[in-house]
Design a protein around this ligand. Sequence first.
Ligand SMILES: NC(=O)c1ccc[n+]([C@@H]2O[C@H](COP(=O)([O-])OP(=O)(O)OC[C@H]3O[C@@H](n4cnc5c(N)ncnc54)[C@H](O)[C@@H]3O)[C@@H](O)[C@H]2O)c1
Ligand SMILES: O=C(O)C(=O)C[C@]1(C(=O)O)C=C[C@@H](O)C=C1
Length: 361
Amino acid sequence: MPETEEPDLGLINSTVVIGAGLLGASIGAALTRAGVTVHLTDAVFSHARVAASLGAGTVDKPDPAAVRLVVVATPPRSLAAVIGEALDKYPNAAVTDVGSVKSRVLHQLQSTGRDLSRYLGSHPMAGSQHSGPMSASPDLFVDRTWAVTPHRQVSEPTADRVRLLIQVCGARYTAFTPEDHDRAVAQVSHLPQLVSVLMADHLLGIPSGHLELAGQGLRDVTRIAGSDPDLWEQIIAGNVDALRPELEDVRTRLDELIDALDDPAHKVRAFLQRGVNGTRQIPGKHGAPAMDYAQIVIELPDTPGALAQLFRDFADAGVNVEDIQIQHDLVRQVGYLAVSVEPGHLRDVQEAMRAAGWRLV
Ligand SMILES: NC(=O)c1ccc[n+]([C@@H]2O[C@H](COP(=O)([O-])OP(=O)(O)OC[C@H]3O[C@@H](n4cnc5c(N)ncnc54)[C@H](O)[C@@H]3O)[C@@H](O)[C@H]2O)c1
Ligand SMILES: O=C(O)C(=O)C[C@]1(C(=O)O)C=C[C@@H](O)C=C1
């Protein structure tokens, strides 16, 4: 289905979401906003009720025969059983899951001997270090990649409904084999998670006074280490084989880096440049090649409405804000807003903001 065509929401109306946590409630909220009727269920009923109160759907039970799509968003260990039950309970529905690892679940389902033509696994590459419906957002998936992992039995109507789900959530569709998917997420998701954990764990051994000097760099590197250990233990357990060589590679490079300290000008420098090159490999918005944005830093007075005024001034200048970061200066009671813009617009933005009375740092 071309992306520009008006989606036929009837294909996925109604949808059942099983597991109304961060992912399930976010999907429910995105579908509800688009006009799809979403029925939320959860092993902990209060999670479904909270998700419903936040606009992610209803806790009313659907007519099982009328359900067109089921999205399973429960923790990894439960996925195969819950998907299997959903295939049995909703005979006319396509069933997908959003689990972070794909091969193991597929093999578990195949070993039950079920007809899997109505099952297609998927994985939105969007989330957060926070769990549960309270952190959900209908915009969680906008412009993010969402992979499907087809297998031999998937029927076309099933694939169409899952593609429509991804489109309605505003995500970018892509397809991988389950095995390739698992190798890829070991590299781009599971390894970064464990490296972040290693860094955060290291903080437990340093004097607490030193942490007063923690700035944004440390927070950037450790954000995802704050994620739910119960969830991540299950993700890692499902992808050990793909993850082990990645961690071994990091161990080798760590040894090389320690040796490089003998020659900062050449060897450390080479490492640092490889880091820059690595960040350039990460695709930018909409999967396009990454762009190095230019940044301006603006002093923001600690007064009501200052941020809103600043954004109005950006809009008046016709500038697209690509990213923002805020730092607070607790001593001077001001904030510093680092705004990323396309490099070609830098000079114009600087002039427009100065003309509007802002102090550039
Ligand atoms: N958190 C992320 O960043 C992220 C991103 C992409 C995919 N995922 C995947 O999405 C799934 C859900 O993750 P989450 O972050 O939303 O977790 P979460 O803890 O926020 O939500 C999981 C929900 O499932 C419910 N649940 C548990 N077992 C159940 C069962 N047997 N039946 C019905 N409900 C059950 C829990 O009560 C909870 O409300 C996981 O499989 C995870 O791998 C997570
Ligand atoms: O943004 C985050 O907090 C995430 O880590 C989300 C993230 C990832 O990008 O690696 C984590 C695990 C999921 O399976 C998918 C997405």
